[in-house]
Design a protein around this ligand. Structure first.
Ligand SMILES: [Zn+2]
Length: 257
């Protein structure tokens, strides 16, 4: 019974994540295009206002088989993928922050709730930034002005150790960004975004994100393709966010002997 309840909960959380992802997609696209967020969703080709079933995350795309219900114009699979990504990272955040005990019951403690909010804010920020970069080659710096103070304030309430981690993580990301700026001046626009990632990642998480991002950058370079800084730091960070809490105890053990 407990497991069934948990599965329902996870499905519910997945759909919330997918809904947010769908919303962030709209925010990223419309903010870059200077279109009001309040306008109801419509097909960019035939301009018909979409039905509620069409805008349902994941299911909307699947039911219409990736085509507009009215004019049959195909809808890119990236919209489905970002919603699946959003749902997945929301569920993973819930698991990584330690909400599920081994006996399938919940553990809601105050610090864990703050950690979870920080995780959700960070993955949300990532989706908004990456989508607007990808769709419009625009960096939504305004969005980081909102997220950075929220993450900073939340990190104060995570306890002394985690707060110290957050500050070190933020510092590591800032130093990396500033060093890279020697080579590429336009990285200034990602300074605050990197700092936000660092706050949630913590020191070890930030190092892991940089190493993973650097490795990815190297592979892409070897394939003679050009990938922008924002993508590899985002991919490195997302992997680090969800693996670092499991890796950290091992690393700690090695250093403490
Ligand atoms: Zn249409």
């Amino acid at each position: 019974m407990q497991i069934l309840f948990m599965i329902l909960w996870i499905f519910y959380l997945f759909m919330i994540g997918a809904t947010f992802a769908s919303f962030f997609n709209v925010v990223g696209i419309r903010t870059a295009d200077h279109i009001s967020i309040n306008r109801r969703s419509h097909c960019p080709k035939c301009d018909n206002t979409l039905r509620w079933i069409d805008i349902m995350p994941i299911f909307g795309w699947l039911i219409n088989r990736g085509k507009c219900h009215f004019c049959k114009e195909s809808i890119h699979i990236k919209y489905l993928l970002i919603e699946v990504f959003g749902g997945t990272v929301f569920v993973l955040s819930f698991i990584v922050c330690g909400y599920i005990r081994s006996d399938w019951t919940f553990d809601f403690s105050y610090q864990k709730i703050i950690r979870l909010i920080m995780y959700l804010l960070t993955v949300s920020l990532m989706m908004i930034i990456v989508v607007s970069e990808y769709e419009h080659h625009v960096t939504l710096k305004k969005v980081t002005y909102v997220f950075a103070p929220m993450l900073l304030i939340l990190s104060v309430f995570t306890g002394k150790d985690l707060f110290l981690q957050s500050m070190l993580g933020m510092g590591t990301m800032l130093v990396l960004n500033i060093v890279l700026m020697i080579y590429k001046k336009d990285l200034l626009k990602y300074l605050l975004y990197s700092a936000c990632l660092g706050i949630t990642l913590g020191f070890f998480g930030a190092i892991l994100a940089i190493l993973l991002g650097g490795l990815l950058h190297l592979i892409v370079k070897l394939c003679k393709k050009n990938i922008r800084y924002v993508y590899f730091i985002s991919i490195g960070s997302v992997i680090s966010l969800f693996t670092n809490p499991y890796l950290y105890p091992f690393i700690e053990k090695i250093f403490k002997g």
